[in-house]
Each structure stands twice: as structure tokens, then as C-alpha cells.
Design a protein. Structure first.
Length: 326
């Protein structure tokens, strides 16, 4: 089997049919579709069973075991050389699998490939296109970590990524307790098994709606704590200090401030005050945040991986510095 598309789902009756259909419509690739239902309480399971296509293999849990367990359950069923974990409210663009598999075929040194994405709402209306690079690029492990200090998760959501099953087996299962960073943690571990390829064409449609996991996590304060933990781990791994550490913590402080503003907008007072306190603790006077927004996020200055493997300042954006040939 060439490609396994794994679809973990829970209460996705509104979107699961269209999601599966977008996979079955893919042309030019041998594929299997594995749908893992996490004890849905709506008509999700009935919709899944209504498909008669022999490429679909469906499993169902007797009780809800959580998102991470369902992710890993679906992936363990995969037999393909390449694997995509497709969220049940997202869609694949036509020929998405063909284009991503072609890049992995042509570059055996790569562990995974991602692409630009198209954001859509609950009615399939386009909200935006997220594109980090204007041409195909290959990103190595230290460069991905350095990019992430400034820009966060440029790899994107699971639906955007196709990876080698053998690389995933070596990297290990998705880890619980990381909130919205569960995917970025996996990308860091996968890229250790080989490089990351990036295609600038939108090959998946990522849905934003009230019940999406991204929207539900937005109001949870543990998101910011998870961001801080991962940032600290990156700084230690890259042996970064000085200005790199200051702007990285300034970025996390900005995350706390955004969380506070969201809380105030929703009419809360207590946890926005706590978020502002955390932001000040991380970045007193917000000097790091100012440098991050004005110089680094804007691309006036950037970080590149020096010969000693540590990030250093450069007069180019971090995205450009991480992908240019030297």
C-alpha cells in the first residue's frame, strides 16, 4: 500500500462525509482510508458505515479515550509507506496526495512533506491562505527549530502533512498533555528522522468553526504554559541565550497578552489579570516582545543556524536564512 489516510473522528457528523469523499476523490495513488471513531454520540458512525468503498477500513471505540489516544489508534492501523493524519472536519484538495508523495519519492532523505493551506469556515467559504514560502524548500531539523522560535508552527496542522510510516515508528506516538502543541512536538521528532519538504501550493483545507479543537483550546490558559515549556526546551536544545532568549520569551509574553485580551473580550477579569502578570514575569517592560514584533517577526532581522549549531543574528528573515544555500 502506498498511502494510508488516517481519519480520527468524534461527533463529526456535519463534516465526516465530505472529509472522506475528498480522500476517495484523490487520483493517481494507491491508498487506504482508516477511520477511527472515538465513541461518537451523533450520527458519525452511521455516516461512516454508509460508504461501500472497499478502500475504507473503520474502527470504533466503545468509550471516548481522548484525542491523542484516537490519533495513535488510527495510525497504528496504517499499512501504507506514507501516512496522512487527516482531521475529520478538514478536506484534501484534488491531487494533494499525488503531489506530496511525488516529493517524498524524489527525496528519500525527507521524513515528511507539508504545504500551504487554505482556511475555510463551516460553510466551505475561504477565509485565508497560509503560505510561509513562495517556492518549494527543504528544511533541516535545527533550522525548523530556529524558525519555530520566531514563527511558531510553520509545518501546520496534521491534515497538511504526509510522512513516512517508518519515520513515525522511529519517532514514537503522539504525546498527551501538550494541548495545541501536540502536532509541533511530533514534527520536531519526525524531522530528526529526515528533512522536511515544503510545497507552496495549498493542498488541504483546514476548517475553522466554533466546535473545532483549535477554537476550544483558545480559551484555555494551559495553552500558554505549553508554549512556554516548548520554548524553554528549544532554547536549551539550541543552547540559545542573550538576545535569542529575550525575543523568544517576549514572543511567549505576547501569547499571554493575546490570551488576556481574549478573556477581557469575553467578559472575564480574573484570568486575564493572571495572564498579564505572567507576561510581565517573562518579559518585564516588554522589551523582548517589542524586538520580536518590530525586528524579527517583521523579517528585518532574523536567526540562522551558525556552524556551532546555535542560532545567531543575521540581516535577513529567519525563513530566508533557514532555507538559503550556503
Amino acid at each position: 500500500m502506498k498511502i494510508s489516510v488516517c481519519i480520527p473522528t468524534y461527533n463529526s457528523a456535519a463534516y465526516i462525509r465530505e472529509c472522506i469523499e475528498s480522500v476517495l476523490a484523490q487520483e493517481g495513488v494507491e491508498l487506504e482510508v482508516i477511520v477511527s471513531d472515538n465513541a461518537s454520540k451523533d450520527d458519525t458512525w452511521g455516516i461512516i458505515q454508509s460508504f461501500s468503498d472497499t478502500r475504507i477500513r473503520a474502527v470504533r471505540s466503545s468509550q471516548n479515550s481522548g484525542m491523542t489516544v484516537n490519533f495513535n489508534r488510527a495510525l497504528r492501523e496504517a499499512t501504507g509507506e506514507y501516512v496522512k493524519l487527516l482531521c475529520s472536519d478538514d478536506l484534501l484538495e484534488p491531487n494533494s496526495l499525488t503531489q506530496q508523495a511525488k516529493l517524498l519519492d524524489e527525496h528519500p532523505e525527507l521524513a515528511m512533506v507539508t504545504s500551504a493551506t487554505r482556511l475555510i469556515d463551516s460553510h466551505n467559504r475561504e477565509l485565508a491562505v497560509v503560505k510561509w514560502f513562495s517556492k518549494p524548500v527543504i528544511i533541516e531539523t535545527l533550522n525548523l527549530r530556529t524558525i519555530s522560535l520566531i514563527y511558531g508552527n510553520v509545518v501546520g496542522e496534521p491534515s497538511a502533512v504526509l510522512f513516512r510510516r517508518e519515520a513515525w515508528l522511529r519517532a514514537g506516538a503522539f504525546k498527551d498533555g501538550l494541548v495545541t502543541l501536540i502536532d509541533l512536538d511530533m514534527w520536531f521528532r519526525l524531522v530528526r528522522q529526515g528533512g522536511l519538504g515544503y510545497l507552496p501550493v495549498p493542498l488541504s483545507r483546514i476548517r475553522r468553526h466554533k466546535l473545532s479543537m483549535t477554537n476550544q483550546f483558545r480559551g484555555a490558559g494551559e495553552v500558554q504554559e505549553a508554549v512556554l515549556r516548548m520554548t524553554e526546551e528549544l532554547l536549551v536544545e539550541l543552547q540559545a541565550d542573550g538576545i535569542v532568549r529575550r525575543i523568544s520569551l517576549g514572543k511567549v509574553a505576547g501569547s499571554h497578552l493575546r490570551h488576556a485580551l481574549y478573556g477581557l473580550k469575553c467578559g472575564h477579569l480574573r484570568w486575564p489579570a493572571s495572564a498579564i502578570t505572567s507576561a510581565l514575569r517573562l518579559d518585564p517592560a516588554f522589551v523582548g516582545l517589542f524586538l520580536y514584533v518590530t525586528l524579527f517577526r517583521s523579517g528585518l532581522l532574523g536567526l540562522r543556524v551558525a556552524r556551532n549549531g546555535r542560532p545567531s543574528l543575521c540581516l535577513a528573515s529567519t525563513l530566508r536564512a533557514a532555507t538559503e544555500v550556503r
